[in-house]
Design a protein around this ligand. Structure first.
Ligand code: NZQ
Ligand code: ZN
Length: 407
């Protein structure tokens, strides 16, 4: 096990009727900007409960943050923040609203032109897009933010990540800043009863793949972390089909919400290698073809596992054995390899059983075309098979092309 540190300053407030806790948690004198998406919170009572709990505080609103939040939309909020002297952001919705709010929190305080000494200056402006994906020195200030989460999937409610898309360039980049850990997040599982089945399934796949990105690499002596990851995977496999049948089952919804938070709050990755190549490639499928985030992962991960089979087969066999209870009749290495391959098939079947297609044809996308386009983009960014994605940094444009062609 490697050296590591662990920091997670977000306070989690979990359970029924917890939105009322906003009354205590939001500073009394705050000038709040309530951010939200396309209106789901106005249909399911979450908006009303939020407003009620905020009481007499000064509250402004900024709606319309779309799934895969757009830079072009988020920057529109800066005007009202400046004009009204907003000093607290409250995100009410799914991961997209929260990621957009994190970006806004940084953009609102961003002064630009903060370059590292000796660096090559490519983007000389105050445009907050500069701090996406390390194009510029990280921002140093942010507005405080908190969240009421209505969709378990991203773990954004207790991490410092945010993923933003830029329409004009068809780009989608992830950012990270310790300044945007939510001060607190309210997780009331009852708010998730109204999720469309597609979003529920996407959330299960996203949580599953987050766990895998921190588990399905190469063996490292970290039995505790492995079993944390395996417990999340087993839970999703068990609870996933139940929630599709029983969307108003509180206990099941609560379990899935807790699982999503635990999968990406920084805990299970401590001391182990991480992959994240599936996410890197998946983001491009979303940027070019608009495929939902969870769906993009369901397409890429099984293909990536087959492409990297030799390097990943030890962990794949462990996963197949411990999580799916698979045991081959064949002896020795041959048996392990068979368990590893079967584990990939089981994973595809699981995603499909939730209603999430695992092939590009399921989304009307031509695999050969996507493979060409996306591998070229990574090539233009300087990725190679020696300096590439994944825990071994060996997934370059060639491998990405092979992976997508196979889907
Ligand atoms: O916009 P509204 O009207 O609110 O509707 C949303 C949206 O259409 C709807 N929804 C949310 N809660 C609902 C609901 N509908 C009914 N009842 C409810 N309770 O669901 C739709 C999808 O919402 P969205 O927020 O886009 O989904 P999700 O939470 O899956 O977020 C996806 C985004 O998060 C990023 C993804 O790339 C994507 O942009 N990610 C963020 C991460 C992070 N911050 O750590 C990590 C992830 O890997 C991921 O990349
Ligand atoms: Zn994800």
């Amino acid at each position: 096990m490697r050296n590591f540190s662990f920091l997670n300053p977000t306070k989690l407030i979990f359970g029924k009727n917890t939105i009322a806790e906003l009354a205590k948690e939001v500073p009394q004198n705050a000038r709040v900007l309530l951010t939200y998406g396309g209106g789901s919170i106005k249909k399911n009572g979450v908006y009303e409960s939020t407003k009620k709990a905020l009481g007499s505080r000064v509250v402004f609103e900024f709606g319309g943050i779309e799934p895969n939040p757009r830079y072009e939309t988020c920057v529109k909020s800066l005007e009202i923040i400046k004009k009204e002297g907003i000093d607290f952001l409250l995100s009410v919705g799914g991961g997209s609203v929260l990621d957009g709010t994190k970006f806004i929190a940084l953009a609102a305080k961003y002064k630009g032109k903060v370059y590292a000494k000796g660096s090559t200056v490519e983007y000389k402006s105050e445009d907050p897009w500069n701090f996406m994906c390390g194009r510029e020195f990280p921002p140093t200030e942010a507005l405080p933010l908190a969240s009421v989460l209505t969709l378990p999937a991203t773990g954004s409610e207790s991490n410092a990540n945010f993923v933003i898309s830029r329409d004009s360039t068809q780009e989608k980049f992830g950012g990270w800043s310790p300044l945007v850990y939510p001060k607190f997040s309210i997780l009331d599982p009852e708010t998730t009863f109204t999720l469309p089945a597609k979003q529920t399934a996407n959330g299960i796949v996203d949580t599953f793949v987050h766990t895998m990105e921190q588990y399905l690499t190469y063996p490292e002596y970290a039995p505790l972390q492995d079993r944390w990851a395996e417990s999340i995977l087993t839970t999703l496999i068990e609870q996933g089909p139940i929630v599709i049948e029983q969307p108003n089952n509180y206990e099941v919804r609560a379990t899935l919400m807790w699982a999503a938070t635990m999968a990406l709050n920084g805990l299970i990755s401590r001391g182990v290698p991480e992959d994240w190549a599936t996410h890197g490639i998946g983001h491009e499928l979303t940027a070019f073809y608009g495929i939902d985030h969870g769906q993009s992962l369901a397409v890429v991960m099984p293909g990536l596992w087959r492409n990297q089979f030799e390097k990943k087969k030890a962990k794949l066999a462990q996963y197949g054995h411990r999580v799916w209870g698979l045991l081959s009749h064949k002896r020795g290495q041959e048996g392990h390899d068979e368990t590893a391959e079967l584990a990939i098939e089981k994973t595809e079947e699981f995603f499909e059983s939730l209603g999430v297609p695992t092939k590009l044809s399921g989304y009307g996308v031509n695999a050969a075309e996507a493979a060409e386009k996306i591998s070229k983009r990574f090539e233009s960014r300087g990725l190679t098979s020696e300096k590439g994605l994944g825990e071994n940094a060996c997934i370059g444009p060639k491998e990405i092309k092979e992976i997508l062609e196979s889907r």
